[in-house]
Ligand binder design. Structure first.
Ligand SMILES: [Zn+2]
Length: 347
């Protein structure tokens, strides 16, 4: 570890860069009146002894504290909460609706946030199908027809064959995507089968893909197709967010694909201690194949070839160079007119 010995970090106490060394010690945290001791490794200023942490480390410690607290008072783990929800093919949003909670809260619990005792009790009760059946009869009107049907199938224990399922897809209005033929949609009505087909094509070509990457690949595929054919590939509308363009309601779209078994999603820690979502083909993926024409397939192959090996941060930086991103206001929808300046082309 000679390289590490030379490394200096900024010490807020000394107000200067200092040599640091790792120290492991037990720290005591109090969670809802319970004292919890966890073993923590931090870097310490060699001059003054101040511990120099960062947000990622703090989050790791917090996760460890929560894990120990859950074990002690017997709360559901984040994985178990997700399992219960997936058992009924519910999205986070629909599950939260049925239980009278917010989608953000449900998401937080599945990410490792500590649930309150009341919420833990109601989520645990949902292990029993009767409880879901009861919730569905009283609060089922709050979720979409499509989602309700999926739960009923899960409850009946009889999966509808995937090809029949596909027949219903066009009828249901379930996603926050403008239904219009305009420069926002690349002059195509949003088409979920095409959207899912593009995602699965990239999974075929590239294997496992991070959420950040998949959002950018979709953007490049849609915009490149528009540049070539003056029509988008999927009709998806993109919004300018900090990390680049992302499909409007990508969370809803990807979790729908996940709940249909088209995509498999795994949450894993990044090296920096945060976690990210990785997607690969789900068990039903082969039931959903969209036949793209020759040009469209070339678009998909060029996007995968040119961008597939880049890291998420690299694609993100690349997208920041596109006129589509530069000439759009924060959080606003991106016009496909900018596709004409796209850095990619079919060659
Ligand atoms: Zn110091």
């Amino acid at each position: 570890m000679k390289g590490d010995e030379k490394k200096k970090l900024y010490c807020p106490n000394c107000e200067d860069d200092r040599n640091v060394h790792p120290v492991t010690r037990d720290e005591t945290y109090t969670v809802r009146g319970e004292e919890i001791i966890v073993s923590v490794e931090t870097m310490v200023c060699s001059m003054c002894g101040e511990s120099i942490g960062n947000d990622e480390q703090d989050q790791k410690i917090l996760d460890a504290v929560h894990e120990e607290y859950r074990r002690r008072v017997d709360l559901l783990t984040p994985d178990r909460i997700r399992e219960i929800r997936n058992h009924y093919h519910l999205s986070q949003k629909s599950f939260a609706m049925l239980l009278g909670m917010s989608e953000a809260t449900m998401n937080r619990y599945e990410q490792g946030g500590l649930q309150d005792q009341t919420h833990d009790t109601v989520i645990r009760a949902c292990e029993k199908p009767e409880v879901i059946r009861d919730l569905l009869s009283r609060r089922g009107h709050l979720i979409s027809d499509w989602q309700r049907k999926r739960v009923e199938q899960a409850l009946a224990g009889q999966e509808e064959p995937a090809n029949q399922l596909l027949d219903h897809l066009g009828e249901v209005d379930w996603v926050c995507m403008p239904k219009e033929v305009s420069e926002k949609t690349g002059y195509r009505i949003f088409d979920y089968k095409r959207f899912a087909g593009v995602v699965l094509s990239f999974c075929d070509l590239l294997g496992e893909i991070s959420r950040t990457t998949i959002n950018k690949l979709l953007f490049y595929a849609d915009f490149l197709n528009y540049k070539i054919s003056t029509v988008s590939l999927t009709g998806t509308t993109y919004r300018k967010l900090d990390y680049g363009p992302v499909p409007a309601d990508y969370g809803g779209l990807l979790s729908r694909m996940e709940s249909e078994g088209l995509l498999f999603c795994e949450e894993r820690p990044y090296p920096n201690g945060k976690t990210g979502f990785y997607y690969s083909k789900g068990s039903n993926a082969d039931s959903m194949r969209f036949d793209f024409d020759e040009i469209e397939n070339r678009v998909l192959n060029v996007v995968a070839r040119d961008l597939g090996s880049l890291k998420a941060t690299e694609i993100s930086e690349k997208s920041h160079q596109e006129t589509a991103w530069k000439d759009t206001e924060e959080k606003q929808l991106i016009s496909y007119i900018h596709a004409m300046d796209l850095s990619l082309s079919l060659s």
